[in-house]
Design a protein around this ligand. Structure first.
Ligand code: AMP
Ligand code: MG
Length: 355
């Protein structure tokens, strides 16, 4: 597809007095921005990169998309052949199953976030997510007994990981793992790594609410990213931030929700109550990598601003913004490091992920 914007790298870099990092594009090269889009993991993914010509850009982008497709084949809970689905089917059988490196990385991080949030983040939430998906289709609240029954299959302590053997065991019957809150961020990281390996460090990969950025566009402080806005009257205007060598993720019921009897329920479920969130919030997290940004934004959504932002302060290199409307009033909160995030309109001198 190749949307392009011409750019004379050398001239502008010289005008701005920028040094050229060793090993990057040859200084005499004229770099052009190319953008490619493809549906992956059920959402539109976008790869933006600076390259000398369209053919090399397209080949690199194709490799990045192929990596995302490969990860979907591992981490999908829709595809019954995916490694994740196969693992879910072993639940309650007393079997520890060896898992591949990519899935292992994600499972380990997910369990870290569960432990740190005392179960607010929980990839064993699958059975509850399914119940709420059905509620959305039928426009009908799930029966309390049904939710209570599902709770028996949910809980991160029912997923046991053995690092020595790289195995996972699902301790209760009929468990179902759901990586919807963490896999897209990881896929962005992996796609970016593919681009970097192929010699395209100036790249941005995004899928739905998750994005990971490599080096900045030539002559820019970072990739310009507009932070999503809460979809209610009176919500603050969206900010534009500059991102480089870091990631950003947004989580909230703006994207997916169901309204039943005048109440709005999010696709994000509180595993401790079994209920879809109702506080109508939008959480944006900036982190050193996509997997962290993705998992943390969902975690903060469930924990709420007070405990959520505390967790952000305790997580090195991360910053967050929360906009919510739990009742009549709109609340707007930021973590301490959010102030250091370079924004359009200010003079960005720092990395978005300063500590
Ligand atoms: P995100 O858009 O990254 O916030 O992820 C939301 C998705 O994560 C949902 O559509 C579910 O698939 C899954 N999910 C819902 N609630 C939770 C939770 N409490 N912990 C982890 N994953 C969740
Ligand atoms: Mg997430």
């Amino acid at each position: 597809m190749g949307l392009r914007s011409r750019f004379r790298f050398n001239a502008l870099a010289a005008a701005l007095g920028l040094g050229l990092a060793a090993g990057h594009a040859a200084p005499e090269l004229e770099l052009t921005k190319f953008v490619f889009e493809k549906a992956e993991m059920g959402v539109p993914f976008r790869v933006s990169l600076y390259a000398a010509d369209e053919a090399t850009a397209r080949t690199a982008a194709d490799a990045a998309f192929a990596r995302i497709a490969e990860l979907n084949g591992v981490m999908s809970d829709y595809d019954s052949d995916a490694e994740l689905s196969r693992l879910s089917r072993t639940s309650g059988q007393g079997r520890a199953v060896r898992v591949g490196d990519a899935l292992w990385k994600v499972l380990v991080r997910a369990q870290e976030f569960s432990a740190r949030s005392e179960g607010a983040f929980d990839i064993t939430v699958g059975p509850l997510v399914n119940v709420w998906r059905r509620a959305r289709r039928k426009q009908e609240l799930p029966a309390p007994e049904l939710l209570a029954g599902m709770m028996a299959r949910v809980g991160f302590k029912k997923l046991r990981l053995d690092p020595a053997r790289q195995t996972a065991e699902l301790l209760a019957p009929e468990m179902r793992l759901d990586l919807g809150a963490i896999a897209k961020g990881f896929a962005c990281d992996e796609a970016l790594a593919v681009l970097r390996q192929r010699g395209f460090p100036r790249a941005l990969v995004g899928g739905s609410g998750d994005m990971a950025a490599g080096d900045a566009p030539p002559g820019e402080p970072g990739w310009r990213i507009e932070v999503a806005a809460l979809d209610v009257a009176g919500a603050p205007l969206p900010q534009v931030v500059f991102l480089r060598n870091g990631a950003i993720a947004t989580s909230g019921d703006v994207f997916q929700r169901v309204e039943i009897a005048g109440r709005r329920y999010s696709h994000i479920v509180d595993p401790r109550t079994g209920l879809g969130l109702t506080d109508h919030s939008l959480v944006t997290v900036i982190a050193p990598d996509g997997m962290t940004a993705d998992a943390l934004s969902t975690t903060v959504s469930v924990l709420g601003p007070e405990q959520g932002l505390k967790l952000v302060e305790e997580t090195p290199g991360t910053a967050a913004q929360v906009v919510r409307k739990p009742g009549e009033r709109i609340e707007f909160l930021e973590s301490a490091r959010w102030r250091n995030v370079p924004k359009a309109g200010s003079t960005p001198t720092q990395q978005p992920t300063t500590r």
